[in-house]
Design a protein around this ligand. Structure first.
Ligand code: ATP
Ligand code: MG
Length: 552
């Protein structure tokens, strides 16, 4: 596992959050920066979380600080240990190491005590309105809310009822604890928000110890403060919650140097779904093969698709961090994969739309080896040998019976170079009964072998090939985009045609390929041997990205 480095994040473009941190360090408000990544373990991480991971862990790396992984496990019902494992795996895979691994549930005692203290300070009360009544009392953006009839009950009574909540004497939703702030506040979050609720559910960490659970807005600032987080980075939808965050810190506060919440824009990407809830739906209804389906924007899916952690980190750096919501073109993510892979992976020859070529003047039983470079951009990656013989496969796109203008590849009467081998000339097209091409008959010129000092003539087209008798059939999964636009409604919906299973003939070196190895299919695109489906004698490749960018 190659972890991200301080050097990488020192080179990275700064952002408005780093400006704030620079100032805090200059004024010595802080001397050590501590951030946290706080996932709710209710699904797999996606590339939106990668943005947050790169920001939180990258900031810690840049400033020589630390970053905690903290599970926001205040909601016992939706959480699952499978998700916890996947999150840790994905954070490490992306290249980050947490300082401490923590659970919001570790602080349930402290939070409970803090709530009791708030009641004693007359800053919280037990409310017996139903959730629906609370909603009705809340008011609107233009109208103030109405105070709960329980708001001014004696402190003692609230203390007693809160204790009974904890003891399990109430049903879910029957009572709750609310902060006493201001029902007329222009910020609805400040209108006596619920801070504790009754939930009779086992918790994966604390078991049946609790049947009262803190609300996110109460729990999060306490978690941050206990851990000494200096900058609590979250997405823009929490901007309106910041006054409540600060209220909790101040009221509960025994912290000399409390955390500061700073919001940034969520990542959205065209054709992708960036919500665990909606992704879970696709997984649960079987639209995709699992959380690691290569079409999904989950880190598990992107990994199986063949994305490298470096390319995702580069992407997160490229898109930057700002306060303005925007949607990034998926082509920008693809370009990061392409740029990363182009200097890292070897090419192999794979023919996906095969036409048989018979070289009539080549000896019947002869196979010779030809030398081709692994990566034309990186000579240090060396060469490999591929077989050549009398019968070969070429790609259907490399032949036209009636050539278009400026078509320099194979057509009747034309001569092309076979990459690594000889010049061949097409003499005859043999057809099937239905008129399709059965095979091409060609002749080769023995003088023209690649690597010889032949200078007699030049040809304009170079194509690649796979020798037929040694070819290995491989499975290929071509992935399109997860979402497509419904033509009638204009809505984005799951594209049922986003997976096309096909096959191709590969050069024999493919036999040694291990699951997870990446290649360029020469002149076609980047592919990875699937980690689930590739076996010793049955290789299946996933398309990562094509060779050409559509991104401007
Ligand atoms: P989802 O809506 O997919 O469930 P979430 O925000 O509820 O996402 P959390 O597990 O609460 O998911 O998120 C952990 C961290 O990742 C939070 O700090 C959150 O702000 C951040 N995050 C989640 N989605 C994105 C996104 N699309 N872009 C940037 N940061 C994100
Ligand atoms: Mg969430």
């Amino acid at each position: 596992m190659a972890f991200a480095t301080k050097e990488e994040y020192t080179k990275m473009a700064g952002n408005f959050i780093h400006d704030i941190i620079d100032e805090d360090l200059r004024t010595e408000k802080h001397t050590h920066i501590i951030t946290r990544f706080p996932p709710e373990p209710n699904g797999y991480l996606h590339v939106g979380h990668a943005k947050s991971l790169c920001l939180n862990f990258g900031t810690a790396l840049k400033y020589g600080g630390t970053c905690n992984l903290r599970y926001d496990d205040t909601n016992p019902v939706k959480e699952d240990i499978e998700f916890v494992k996947s999150i840790e795996n994905d954070v490490n895979w992306l290249g980050f190491q947490w300082d401490k691994k923590l659970w919001a549930s570790d602080y349930f005692d402290t939070m409970y005590e803090a709530a009791v203290e708030l009641i004693k300070k007359n800053k919280a009360f037990v409310c017996e309105l139903t959730p629906e009544q609370i909603r009705e009392h809340r008011g609107t953006l233009t109208n103030p809310g109405t105070e709960s009839p329980y708001r001014n009950r004696p402190i003692e009574e609230s203390l007693e009822l809160f204790e009974k909540m904890r003891a399990g004497e109430f049903e879910d939703g029957e009572v709750c604890l609310r902060a006493k702030i201001d029902m007329a506040s222009p910020n609805i979050n400040m209108r006596d928000p619920v801070i504790y609720r009754v939930v009779h559910a086992s918790h994966h960490n604390t078991g049946d110890k609790w049947c009262v659970y803190p609300m996110y807005d109460f729990a999060h600032p306490i978690e941050d403060a206990i851990e000494g987080i200096t900058h609590s980075l979250c997405t823009l939808e929490f901007e309106d919650h910041r006054p409540l965050y600060d209220w909790v810190i101040n009221e509960v506060g025994f912290w000399p140097n409390p955390p500061r919440q700073i919001e940034f824009a969520r990542l959205n990407i065209t054709t992708m779904l960036m919500s665990k809830r909606l992704l879970k739906k696709l997984v649960d209804d079987g639209s995709v093969s699992g959380w690691d389906d290569p079409r999904l924007p989950t880190l598990a899916g992107l990994r199986r698709r063949g994305y490298t952690p470096e390319s995702i980190r580069k992407f997160c750096d490229d898109i930057g961090v700002s306060k303005a919501d925007s949607t990034i073109d998926i082509a920008q993510l693809e370009q990061c994969a392409r740029e990363d892979l182009q200097s890292k992976v070897s090419a192999i020859n794979v023919i996906t739309n095969p036409i048989k070529v018979v070289i009539d003047n080549y000896p019947e039983d002869k196979i010779e080896m030809c030398t081709v470079e692994n990566n034309s951009k990186v000579p240090e990656m060396g060469n490999r040998e591929i077989p050549f013989g009398r019968e070969i496969w070429i790609d259907g796109d490399d032949f036209m019976e009636v050539p278009a203008r400026k078509y320099f590849r194979l057509y009747p009467g034309n001569e092309v170079r076979l990459k690594g081998a000889y010049f061949i000339t097409c003499n005859e097209v043999v057809k099937n009964e239905d008129g399709s091409v059965k095979e091409l008959h060609c002749t080769y010129d023995p003088e023209t072998k690649s690597g010889s000092d032949f200078t007699g003539r030049k040809v304009k087209g170079t194509i690649h090939f796979v020798e037929a008798s040694t070819a290995v059939k491989v499975g290929i999964r071509e992935y399109g985009y997860l979402l497509t636009e419904n033509e009638e409604t204009g809505d984005q919906e799951f594209d049922k045609d986003s997976l096309v299973e096909t096959w191709g003939y590969a050069e024999p070196s493919v036999k040694g390929v291990k699951p997870g190895e990446r290649f360029q299919f020469f002149r076609k695109g980047y592919y990875i041997a699937d980690t689930e489906m590739s076996t010793e004698d049955n290789k299946v490749f996933n398309s990562i990205v094509g060779l050409k960018s559509s991104w401007k």
